[in-house]
Design a protein around this ligand. Structure first.
Ligand code: KG4
Ligand code: ZN
Length: 336
């Protein structure tokens, strides 16, 4: 069978990314232009600034992806692009570019759900993942448990009622003056501290469902921090360690409960927060007790990238499931 080469474009948040993936598996190029240095001055992503930077970057980033792969524009078979969920202005830059590129080359367009892309990152790097599987999707905007009967087949079994896990990391880090993005900053501080010296709640752990809530943990962290500061005994590393432990324990225990209930054969993790060392370690330890394998993408493929978008698009490509040129971008989730 002829090889299928897909160009992926990702601009849903603050990374302008382009990649070319062969047959949904082999990454020929993977270019990520991060705007983190720009947004960190403001303590978080400024949507309008992100859109403007995407406009400047998308052309050069796509060209770099072709250069790195040693390919010409005409060599690709389809153009894939994230069209949901994300910052609407940011999404529209990538989508408009992808539409023009696909139209100009007379190639089909594939619209990709960003979260499906995050999940697919696992299949770019691991073979032999057995189904059914449970996937914990933890990013800056989403926290969900997804049941997968096979590749590309998803059923949402639980999600956060308020803040996403990554959002909680980012907001607490900002409050503690640890900088942006908060996840890596809290992880670093936590390594120098000790959980348990401050006590924070494990929210919803006692509930018999797969819902999450992190807004209360965020507020409790802030209150605790203010209290300790008033007493003159505030230690940022200890608070970071306890916050991380409280959040990670809930994520892991809920995932393990879901794995048991749905009798799965694999556990997957996806999204930026899946880069967290404590989360990876605890999930590995707990799943070993069940004899289940745990899969997660390498650090570079956990956070936003376009290889996961080009890879995921292969599923649609083989089905002939293409997007019309009038397709829109959506800030929220339509499904999953
Ligand atoms: O998936 P992602 O790159 O973008 C979204 O789709 O949202 O996730 C970004 C999120 C941010 O909230 C960031 O703080 C978090 O992932 N993150 C981490 C770590 N690395 C990135 N959270 C915890 N520990 C990390 N090591
Ligand atoms: Zn993401």
């Amino acid at each position: 069978m002829k090889d299928v080469l897909i160009l992926g474009i990702e601009t849903s948040c603050d990374e302008t990314a382009a990649a070319i993936v062969k047959n949904g598996r082999e990454i020929l190029s993977n270019i990520i232009n991060s705007q983190v240095n720009i947004h960190s001055q403001f303590g978080g992503v400024v949507p309008e600034v992100a859109s403007r930077k995407h406009i400047e970057n998308v052309g050069p980033v796509v060209d770099a992806a072709f250069r790195e792969a040693g390919l010409e524009y005409r060599d690709i078979d389809a153009v894939a692009v994230t069209n949901r969920p994300g910052l609407i202005g940011a999404l529209l830059v990538g989508l408009s570019f992808a539409k023009a590129f696909a139209y100009g080359l007379n190639r089909p367009l594939v619209a990709v759900n960003h979260l499906e892309g995050h999940i697919y990152a696992n299949f770019l790097e691991h073979s032999g993942i057995e189904f059914p599987a449970i996937c914990l999707v933890v990013s800056g905007g989403h926290t969900s448990l997804v049941y997968m009967s096979s590749i590309g087949e998803y059923e949402l079994i639980g999600q956060t009622r308020d803040d996403a896990a990554g959002e909680a990391f980012d907001k607490v880090a900002r409050f503690l003056g640890l900088g942006y993005p908060g996840g890596p900053a809290i992880q670093k501080a936590a390594e120098k501290g000790k959980p348990g010296r401050v006590v924070l709640p494990r929210v919803f752990l006692d509930r018999n469902d797969f819902e999450f809530s992190f807004s209360g943990l965020k507020t409790a962290s802030m209150n605790e921090w203010n209290k300790l500061k008033r007493k003159g005994i505030a230690n940022v590393n200890d608070l970071a360690a306890e916050f991380q432990a409280a959040l990670v324990e809930v994520l892991v225990e809920k995932t393990i409960q879901a794995a048991k209930k749905y009798k799965v054969r694999s556990i997957l993790m996806a999204g930026g927060v899946a880069a967290n060392r404590e989360l990876r370690n605890l999930m590995k330890n707990r799943s070993q007790e069940l004899g289940l394998p745990v899969y997660y993408p390498s650090l570079q493929l956990c956070t936003d990238n376009a290889a996961m978008i080009a890879g995921n698009a292969h599923i649609s490509y083989v089905k002939g499931d293409f997007a019309p040129l009038h397709i829109n971008a959506y800030p929220g989730l339509l499904s999953l």
